[in-house]
Every structure is written in C-alpha cells, then in structure tokens.
Write a protein that binds this ligand. Structure first.
Ligand code: PAF
Length: 271
C-alpha cells in the first residue's frame, strides 16, 4: 500500500483517504463522495481495530461484510481498498503507541479508557501507510475528530483533515454500523437522542443560555425510555472539549447513551 501511494505521489497525484472499520453505510458513502471530489485517487481502509476496543466491548461482534463493502466502494469510485489483518497492523513486538493527552480524558475517553490511544495509534499508522493528502472523518465521532486534529497538528503530519456532517436516517437516528444491534423497541426509543438534541437547539433558539436546565430537559426526554441509560450528557467547547455552564457559539451538546448493550453517540452545535 505504502509503495503504491509513494509512486502515485511521485507522479503528482493527490490521494484522498477515508479510514473506516467497514460495514459501510450512507455516512461512510458521504465521506467517500467528498473524497472523490477532493483527490485524484481515493483510498478506503477497512480495519476493525482491536486496539480501540476495551475488554468486554464488541470487537468480536462488530459487524463485518467485506463483500458488500467492496461493491459499495466500487460504486463510490474507490481506487484502492486497504484491508489489512490485525497481525499485519500489530505484528509481534509492536510497542509504539500514539497518545493524545487531555482532550482524551473526558466524554468517550472517560467511559472507554484506552480507546483513543487505540484510535490515534491506528490512524497514525494508516496515515503513514496510505500517505494521504487529505482525509475525511464524520462529525458523529466529534471527540475522535478533535483528537485526530490535535494529533495531526502536534505531530506535524502533512495532510488536511476534513470533518463532515452527521448523516441521519429519515426519522433522525444518526447512522452507525452499531445501529444493526438494536431491537425494534430500542431503535424506536433511540429516536429520543436526536429528538432531544433538536429540543435543546430550540431552547437555545428561544433564548436559553444556562446549560443546566437545557441538560435537564434532554436528560428527562431520554430517561423517559426504559431501555435507555445515559452514559454522558454534556455541553462542551468545540475545541477544548471543556464543559461549559453557559452556551455560546462554540458550544456542542454531546451525548452517549446505552440502548440495551449498544452504546450510541450523537451531538449537535447549539447555535
Ligand atoms: O471512526 C472509525 O471508524 C474508527 O475509529 C477509525 C477512525 C477508522 C479508526 O479505527
């Protein structure tokens, strides 16, 4: 993969890159679409990265369908799919980790210790292998995107990072490969995530600025559903991810909620 990329770049071609864990959905396709418009060549990686799953998480169960992904990638105009094995990415003796500090301490980082170290390590490796000029990530994983941007700046990595809007089902549920785990009942109750975000935005549009009553409203809407359990619910500054007590133009409402055993995340800007 690296050799191919270096040859293409030597010939003056720009490489656009979309890293994924596969089981592609419309959200991934929107990244590929943008990638195709922004590079001469489009590379898709598919790798369910064991290093970003904690003990007892869903690494084994994570949905995989390389054949379907291949067909979708072809339709999306992908030039190369890079789909390494775990043994290729983490061979015997592997000992070098990339660890972004501070902005990984809160939110998903607090709930999933070690998760972001796994993400940044694999993304740094993928960047070294694929040598992209530009890479695309979804805004649904808001903290992941902030952490990757931090890593790229801190490590002087020579590429541009682009974050794209969350793609939702017609009824509002944010697309995720993990939605496939949901029962019909959980799927219905999970609509309260996007619904409560919309309510929060409306409260702010109506003039609310104190975070506490906005968060209480969102909490009440979600907790009205017996299958849902809030992991975190916070209003944070978009760059520092520090919690805010007053809403401003940099405020993002971020939430993670368990629907049964499935952990869903969603977020929105409030202004
Ligand atoms: O967002 C994902 O799918 C993964 O975290 C990523 C960025 C491909 C790293 O494994």
């Amino acid at each position: 993969m690296q050799q191919w990329s270096l040859q293409q770049k030597a010939a003056g071609r720009r490489i656009a890159f979309v890293p994924t864990m596969g089981f592609l959905h419309e959200g991934h396709l929107s990244l590929l679409d943008e990638g195709r418009k922004n590079g001469d060549l489009l590379v898709l990686s598919i790798f369910v990265n064991p290093a970003q799953f904690g003990v007892g998480e869903d690494y084994e169960d994570y949905p995989r369908d390389l054949a379907a992904d291949g067909a979708l990638a072809e339709q999306a105009g992908v030039d190369v799919i890079f789909a390494p094995t775990a043994a290729q990415m983490y061979p015997r003796g592997f000992a070098t980790w990339v660890d972004v500090e501070r902005i990984t301490d809160m939110l998903c980082g607090a709930s999933r210790p070690g998760h972001f170290r796994g993400v940044t390590t694999v993304v740094a490796k993928l960047f070294n292998i694929v040598q992209p000029d530009i890479a695309f990530f979804g805004n649904k994983d808001f903290q992941q995107l902030a952490v990757i941007r931090r890593m790229v700046v801190d490590q002087n990595m020579p590429l541009k990072i682009v974050g794209l809007s969350i793609v939702r089902e017609a009824d509002g549920l944010a697309l995720s490969s993990r939605n496939t785990y949901l029962t019909v009942e959980q799927r219905m109750q999970a609509l309260s995530l996007s619904h409560s975000l919309a309510v929060a935005r409306q409260l702010v549009a109506d003039g609310a600025r104190d975070a506490a009553p906005i968060l209480k409203e969102v909490r009440d809407l979600i907790e009205a559903h017996p299958e849902l359990r809030i992991d975190y619910l916070q209003i944070c500054h978009q760059f520092s991810l520090q919690e805010q007590t007053q809403v401003d133009a940099d405020s993002v409402l971020l939430l993670a909620v368990f629907a049964g055993k499935t952990r869903l995340i969603d977020n929105c800007f409030l202004i």
